[in-house]
Design a protein around this ligand. Structure first.
Ligand code: NAP
Length: 217
């Protein structure tokens, strides 16, 4: 993959040092403060140089409900991340046709960046618990360190046992994020019921939701 054609930020320029790239994977329907705090705390805890927010393209694994268009989810991601110099919103998955598998994204990023850039895939622990069933799970394990963000009260033992039983050598770091008491589901429900979502997501995202009548009845 050509990094400039894909509008990926530059990283790995100095061959004499190691770089760390975070990839924040999620549907982001919509993005909220829980996601932003997760990325910021992962950045700090693991000394990540940059975090790429990667809204999922066509989540075929989400047949149970209608997902907001990729362009709307991407636009909200741009708005929410715009002011942070370490955060970038990426079109990579939404521009791909068909289902995007995490392994394909990681392979493309691996080939776009030099070897001194280590990849860290960040997502919710509820998603990570299923990683053993994801497409090419063993290859994911060889391409990236995984950062699993947990909501308060989340018991990581079930995820740890499932991952250990897979026999795949995943490197998973768990980080507890109290702000993940906020959820996209709850925001969608509140909008549908005409309730306030102020302070759950940014003013810019809230404005975008209202202007485009997302999640309304
Ligand atoms: P999901 O099942 O919608 O989310 C599971 C839980 O994790 C939800 O509670 C969700 O909360 C939370 N979450 C999701 N993304 C998060 C993030 N970046 N930071 C903190 N919490 C997060 O998961 P999903 O959004 O569909 O998928 C998550 C990532 O895994 C995506 O990048 C997706 O492409 C990848 N994935 C890949 C495969 C595969 O390759 N086969 C399969 C499944 C998922 P909110 O609803 O509040 O976000």
């Amino acid at each position: 993959m050509d990094r400039s054609a894909s509008q990926l930020p530059e990283l790995g320029q100095d061959p004499g040092r190691e770089y760390r790239l975070g990839i924040m994977g999620g549907t982001f329907d919509p993005i909220h403060y829980g996601h932003l705090v997760t990325a910021e705390q992962a950045r700090e805890a693991l000394a990540l140089d940059l975090v790429l927010f990667m809204p999922a393209g066509s989540p075929a694994f989400k047949q149970d409900r209608e997902v907001t268009s990729p362009e709307d989810r991407y636009a909200m991601t741009v708005l929410a991340t715009a002011a942070n110099p370490s955060f970038y919103a990426s079109r990579f998955e939404i521009d791909r046709l068909g289902v995007t598998y995490t392994v394909d994204t990681l392979k493309a990023l691996r080939s776009a960046y030099p070897e001194n850039v280590h990849l860290y895939f960040i997502t919710g622990a509820d998603a990570i618990i299923d990683i053993v069933t994801w497409h090419d799970a063993a290859e994911i394990a060889s391409l990236a360190t995984l950062i699993a963000a947990t909501r308060p009260g989340y018991d990581i033992r079930q995820a740890q046992a499932r991952i250990a039983a897979s026999g795949i050598d995943f490197d998973v770091r768990y980080i507890q994020i109290p702000a993940l008491a906020i959820s996209s589901t709850n925001i969608r429900d509140r909008v549908r019921l005409g309730k306030s979502v102020r302070y759950l997501t940014s003013e810019s995202v809230m404005g975008y939701i209202n202007k485009n009548r997302l999640y309304h009845m």
